[in-house]
Design a protein around this ligand. Structure first.
Ligand code: C2E
Ligand code: MG
Ligand code: MG
Ligand code: MG
Length: 286
């Protein structure tokens, strides 16, 4: 039968596509259930200033606490979810949860920021900016600048190209915007001038090779000077070792995030972690 199908490319294509569609439907149904059964959780990874040791805030990263399979990382379920409207519901949930958490930390005297990752499909929703403003309005104790939306390059540029007002409106409301995984896209640098972003995150693939790969170091230096020229903040992702942190500082990049500072952790661990954080010990606990 395989031979028969192999002889008919269209049929083979249909079969595999149907299987894929069915798998996606199953995943989406299961994820909808997961959302409503409280199986989704956010872990938080700190962003710090390497020079001063100051904790700036935390990036909220989605996890699926599967009843049988344990903690499932986002890349195992988000790609399917991001192709469906469920990402809007999940994305809204992430923003609300992250703001609630920020509010709780505030009662402990912490004026941190929280970063949330926003999917293309979510940002494209007509009511996106209004929904964000509404969520912020529910937290009058928080400043809009404490919310940071992380977008990958292609998403931000697509937003500009299709004259979507969402980014601009979020920016006008005081919300911060970051460009995630910077350097991995194919954007023209001139777009940077038009994008209402305050922060650029150097992709971890460059940081990984920064000590011994001259081209990774060159890209990192170019991004840092670009940020200086455009008056944007720059943060390095994926900082794992003390040597990487030291080199970044010497290159003029003071902000960092990575396993060498802390792995993403459940919200309950954050205050204790912050209490014991010692910038002199970066890279010791990877
Ligand atoms: P991202 O936004 O670029 O997040 C950084 C990823 O790198 C996270 O993986 C983080 O755990 C990991 N990471 C941080 N420091 C290090 C390090 O030093 N070394 C290494 N090897 N990895 C490090 P995670 O949590 O698995 O998330 C993967 C991606 O899933 C994220 O990439 C983001 O694009 C997406 N994502 C996560 N949460 C959400 C969400 O709530 N909504 C949306 N739309 N996407 C999300
Ligand atoms: Mg991110
Ligand atoms: Mg990233
Ligand atoms: Mg990424």
């Amino acid at each position: 039968q395989a031979k028969q199908q192999g002889g008919n490319r269209f049929q083979l294509f249909d079969v595999s596509q149907a299987l894929e569609t069915r798998a996606s439907h199953q995943t989406l149904a299961r994820m909808t259930e997961a959302l409503h059964n409280d199986e989704l959780v956010l872990h938080y990874q700190p962003k710090v200033n390497l020079r001063s040791g100051k904790i700036l805030g935390f990036e909220a990263l989605l996890r699926w606490q599967h009843p049988e399979r344990g903690t499932i990382p986002p890349l195992e379920f988000l790609p399917v979810v991001e192709r469906a409207d469920l990402i809007v519901e999940i994305g809204d949930w992430v923003i609300e949860r992250a703001l609630d958490q920020l509010s709780r930390w505030r009662t402990h005297g912490k004026d941190w920021s929280v970063s949330v990752n926003i999917a293309a499909r979510h940002l494209k929703q007509d009511g996106f900016a209004a929904a964000v403003a509404e969520k912020l309005a529910a937290h009058p104790e928080l400043h809009p600048e404490q919310l940071d939306l992380e977008l990958i390059e292609s998403v931000a540029i697509d937003n500009i190209q299709h004259a979507n007002r969402n980014l601009e409106a979020c920016r006008e409301a005081g919300v911060r915007i970051s460009l995630d995984d910077f350097g991995t896209g194919y954007s023209s640098l001139s777009y940077l001038k038009r994008l209402p972003v305050q922060t650029i995150k150097i992709d971890q693939s460059f940081i990984r090779g920064i000590l011994d790969d001259p081209s990774d170091q060159a890209v990192t230096m170019a991004i840092i000077s670009l940020c200086r020229a455009f008056d944007r903040d720059v943060i390095a992702e994926g900082v794992e070792t003390r040597a990487q942190a030291a080199l970044l500082l010497s290159l003029g990049c003071e902000l960092a995030q990575g396993y060498g500072i802390a792995r993403p952790m459940p919200a309950e661990q954050v205050l204790d972690w912050a209490e014991s954080f010692d910038p002199a010990r970066i890279g010791e606990s990877v």
